[in-house]
Design a protein around this ligand. Sequence first.
Ligand SMILES: Cc1ncc(COP(=O)(O)O)c(C=O)c1O
Length: 391
Amino acid sequence: MAKKLQIYLDYSATTAPRPEVIVAMQQALSEQWGNPSSLHEWGQRALMVVEKARLQVAGLINAPEAESIIFTSGGTEANNLAIMGVAHLYTTPQHLIISSVEHSAVAEPARLLEKWGWEVTRLPVDSWGRVRENDLESAIRPNTVLVSVIYGQSEVGTLQPIATLGEIARSKGVLFHTDAVQVVGRLPLDVQQLPVDLLSISSHKIYGPQGAGALYVRPGVELVPLLSGGGQEWGRRSGTQAVPAIAGFGVAAELALLEMEVETLRLIKLRDRLIANLADTPNLKPTGDRIWRLPHHVSFCVTGNGEKVTGKTLVRQLNLAGIAISSGSACSSGKTTPSPVLLAMGYNSRDAKGAIRLTLGRDTTEADVDWTAMVIKQILARLMPALALSK
Ligand SMILES: Cc1ncc(COP(=O)(O)O)c(C=O)c1O
């Protein structure tokens, strides 16, 4: 098997902008650099770029109208706009429901609201990372104003039953937001079918540039803007739009939609091949749901090694071998902290430090996943020889 010098398996962290995206961005920078709010020719040329991109992003999720797409600086801002934009509608603290496996861009705004006197319910998950519908049903109170549940979990790959959860919230008259950053462009998504009011998207997860994203806002849903000023984006997000980034985002969205059917099936095959290749590895345990799973996502945790080998150890060792993956745990002051997501799924703190994530994308081949599985097995056998022999 020929070895590639570099194998990138961190597509959930970010993706390389595709060539068509770079062309669109270069064109925007050199020819469409006007301010989209200006009435003259330069401004109108830039405005056309922004509005074309809005249609392209709207098309990717089948939004009913272009105005329901609010451009932001990325997924983090979209999540903050959804949570805080709803919260600011109220002058007194209310009740918010999130899941216990949210990305920090939802978990942190929720923590802030708690400091301001809001009540926050964090829905528990099962050992696969799935929220149970009954738990949402019983958590909703008369003063619940928003439910936010991540669609595709970025660390463990689990997909949530968003259609059912959204339906429950809707039946009780409560707004429903989903962080769909890892799902958009990877699985078909139709906001006219899905009972969601707010949905977050990020450009750099779908081969667009960093620094662009969007919040889908169902027509009729009110939000208080986080940024006030010039009134761009129908007053919902002031600030001159980042035209080149938005141009690239639009092209990425259009191509993602065009290629999704074929690419998603290809990724699922590669994903399952990698999981199968690693399945019999001693002390490597798959995490997340096996079936309700992002098509490009493989995650494991190294278990039973007394913290000698953490997820970060593996990330560093694989990096030396020319393979880029990520660990599920965050680093603070040099210490490895256990992943809150795995803790919520019932893992002990030792195993939760062993999380690794391998995410596949456009350039991933069968040879890449076979080689990577072999290298991981070699590294683990070297780092944990006694464990390997005992199997
Ligand atoms: C699920 C999820 N939500 C939100 C974000 C944040 O998106 P951005 O990097 O565009 O701010 C990420 C990025 O890792 C993510 O995976």
